[in-house]
Design a protein around this ligand. Structure first.
Ligand SMILES: *Cc1c(COP(=O)(O)O)cnc(C)c1O
Length: 418
């Protein structure tokens, strides 16, 4: 049985404890929503100020060359590549996850429809993040394919000669369930299909090895565990075997082989750079680089495996404490108990009051979020979450439930963003 003293002792012995110093975090807040918006790195404000005042203000247009603005998508992409098992030069930071998914899925659709037109299915999970499904709807309409939505346990049954692309999110946003990337990719390939992974809840949170898994395409998010700030650029990766064999649909000039030749015809750049479309978002990429650097700072301390170990220790502790201290309050664990199947978050379902409980916790400084219809979602970012934060969060949850504090009317008024 854990108590608060044990948690404080775990923090004192935590080899990653110094990494928290990289962030601006209020001591009164327990921030358990880094899976939705990562915390602000201390370095970001100065870097963005420098980008605006010095590079833009003083350097003006010269900074495209002198400050390296033009190479930011590749430079930041190379840093993200180290976190997801991609080779340098194989990944770029650009656009949003939704847009990157459209590019990757369209490229995959074009490849499969050229090689195996009888394969007309894109298969994904019904519980995938909705934007992924909305984008897929658009791609199947354009390519005359069909989108099949299945339950996570039914993947094997859909690996047949109708399948063109299996499109999965590695860690599910509502349940925190994590797929076995290598095994599923192998099975998809054995069935003759291409494999596309969305790493929105994986990059910077769990070890990912796209190269070892031999995946075909991947996209991911910059503002969650990569701490790039609200609306940060996302990223996109393609396996080198496809690098020169695909077109992406948004054939803008930054993906051209020679943008500054200003030729009237489109000729795609070699490799991953053809995934760029328009002018890079310089301030956003500068902030994203600072965020990615906070994760890379763990490399001398064991890197992603060390972060993963702490993440699981935090989420396991949370589960144990909720089950012992909040028993009898109707909370149902939605996230897998088996650590191998769990991302870096824990989701609890409650048939009544899940939204209001989230709001009551936020007022008490425990910041998580609510996912309709009934889920209280808490993310454990190992870079800055402490064991004592887990203890205190469960103590606040216990009080909110014991005292039925969540029934107050103000906690039950739904805001636009939940
Ligand atoms: C967060 C998230 C997104 C976000 O997409 P945006 O284009 O940044 O709004 C997409 N897919 C998944 C699976 C996500 O978790």
């Amino acid at each position: 049985m854990q108590d608060k003293q044990t948690c404080l002792a775990l923090d004192a012995q935590d080899p990653l404890r110094a990494l928290r110093e990289q962030f601006v975090l209020d001591e009164d807040d327990i921030y358990l929503d880094g899976n939705s918006l990562g915390a602000l790195p201390r370095a970001t404000t100065a870097r963005v100020r420098q980008t605006i005042e010095q590079e833009w203000g003083a350097g003006l247009i010269r900074s495209w060359n002198t400050a390296g603005w033009i190479d930011l998508p590749q430079r930041v992409g190379d840093k993200i590549a180290r976190l997801v098992g991609a080779a340098a030069g194989g990944l770029v930071a650009a656009d949003s996850t939704s847009i990157n998914l459209y590019k990757a899925l369209s490229a995959a659709a074009a490849i499969t429809q050229a090689q195996a037109p009888q394969r007309r299915r894109i298969v994904s999970e019904r519980s995938n993040f909705p934007t992924d499904l909305y984008i897929a709807e658009s791609v199947v309409r354009q390519y005359g394919m069909e989108l099949i939505l299945i339950e996570p346990d039914d993947i094997a049954a859909h690996l047949d000669d109708r399948l063109a692309i299996l499109m999965l999110t590695h860690v599910n946003y509502r349940t925190g369930r994590m797929h076995d990337m290598a095994a599923i990719t192998r099975a998809a390939h054995d069935a003759g299909a291409l494999m596309l992974w969305d790493l929105a809840h994986s990059a910077g949170a769990v070890p990912v090895d796209l190269t070892a898994a031999d995946a075909d395409f991947a996209v991911g998010c910059g503002y969650k565990y990569l701490n790039g700030g609200p609306g940060a650029p996302a990223f996109i990766w393609v396996h080198p075997r496809h690098a020169d064999g695909f077109r992406q649909p948004l054939s803008g000039w930054m993906g051209h082989a020679a943008p500054f030749d200003f030729t009237p015809d489109y000729r795609p750049a070699p490799g991953i750079s053809r995934y760029l479309c328009g002018t890079p978002s310089v301030a956003g990429l500068a902030a994203l680089e600072c965020g990615v650097d906070t994760v890379l700072a763990a490399e001398p301390l064991g890197g992603m495996p060390a972060l993963r170990k702490k993440s699981l220790a935090l989420s396991s502790l949370f589960i144990e404490l909720v089950e012992s201290r909040c028993a009898g309050h109707g909370l149902e664990l939605v996230t897998p108990r088996d650590p191998a199947l769990r991302g870096s978050q824990v989701c609890l379902a409650r048939s009544e009051g899940a939204y209001a409980i989230t709001q009551a916790l936020i007022e008490r400084g425990v910041i998580g979020d609510f996912r309709a219809p009934d889920i209280l979602r808490l993310g454990f970012t190992p870079l800055y979450t402490r064991y004592v934060d887990v203890w205190n969060a469960v103590e606040q949850l216990r009080q909110v439930l014991d005292r039925e504090a969540w029934r107050e009317a103000r906690f039950n008024r739904r805001a636009a963003v939940t």
